[in-house]
Design a protein around this ligand. Structure first.
Ligand code: UDP
Length: 255
């Protein structure tokens, strides 16, 4: 692990001071938690895989013009990121009913939604990240109305792009969680950028043919085979070729 000064330790990642002002080093742990920290465990190799998967996705998103905090991967478990002021709102985008939506509204898991749905949760562990309305976000000043518009339109664009990316490798993007941050430039101008990570820890990914879960639900629901599932996602993305550790190539298209 980095010998730099630790800034913050979360459930799955640690943030260290970066080499230059305005940067941080994001270290990916193997620790897994669920149900607001009530269930704890480790998934061997998860940190390494999520570092690679998140790098791959952030780079693809940057290519279509989505600004992100990602700078570059440093090693197996660390990536260099820009320091941002995190907006305390978790954005959840859903395409198929699952998890808390299925429970809350009684819509059977696996039911395709009539259109993609964006939900917001207040990022607060003590309160268990409660579901909130747009009104709360702006009324309490967690984001301004223009920032929220930007967050919403970026989230839908990311969803469209990632749905296609995953479908191309035989995976349904059921739902996922995004976090955004404010990036201040030299002139103190601020813009919203995608932050955190995108990995099987915060996406639901189901195999198109078998509906097999390839994400953290394997851990949440004691299904086993978590590490293998994360590895399979990486393999299909072309990040983990059978022939050994190469650098990124394109996604492997499934028939
Ligand atoms: N999610 C997340 N962090 C959270 C809550 C949810 O990454 O604190 C992700 C989760 O992995 C899933 C999506 O957001 O892909 C929707 O989660 P849901 O609201 O169904 O909650 P859950 O059933 O996971 O409690």
């Amino acid at each position: 692990m980095s010998r730099r000064r630790q800034i913050y330790e979360g459930k799955a990642k640690v943030l260290f001071e970066g080499p230059e002002p305005g940067t941080l080093v994001q270290y990916f742990k193997d620790d897994a938690t669920a149900f607001n920290n009530q269930k704890k465990g480790t998934i061997t190799g998860k940190g390494v895989l999520n570092n690679r998967i998140s790098e791959f996705i952030m780079l693809r998103l940057a290519e279509i013009g989505i600004p992100t905090h990602f700078v570059r991967r440093l090693n197996m478990r660390e990536q260099l990121i820009r320091e941002v002021e995190i907006v305390p709102v978790e954005v959840i985008i859903r395409n198929i009913s699952a998890g808390s939506l299925a429970k809350r509204l009684g819509i059977a898991e696996g039911t395709p939604l009539p259109r993609s749905i964006v939900e917001y949760c207040y990022k607060n562990d003590e309160l268990g990240d409660p579901l909130i309305a747009e009104e709360h976000v702006t009324a309490f000043g967690w984001a301004t109305p223009p920032e929220l518009d930007e967050i919403m339109s970026m989230s839908l664009r990311i969803n469209d792009f990632l749905m296609g990316l995953f479908l191309g490798i035989g995976i349904k993007l059921v739902d996922f969680k995004l976090e955004f941050g404010r990036l201040y430039d030299d002139q103190d101008q601020v813009r919203i950028v995608l932050a955190d990570e995108i990995s099987p820890d915060n996406c639901r990914l189901w195999d198109v043919q078998t509906n097999e879960k390839m994400d953290k639900d394997r851990f949440r629901r004691d299904l086993g085979g978590e590490a293998e599932a994360y590895q399979e996602v990486a393999r299909r993305l072309g990040i983990l070729p059978e022939s050994g550790p190469h650098d990124m190539k394109g996604p492997e298209v499934m028939q």
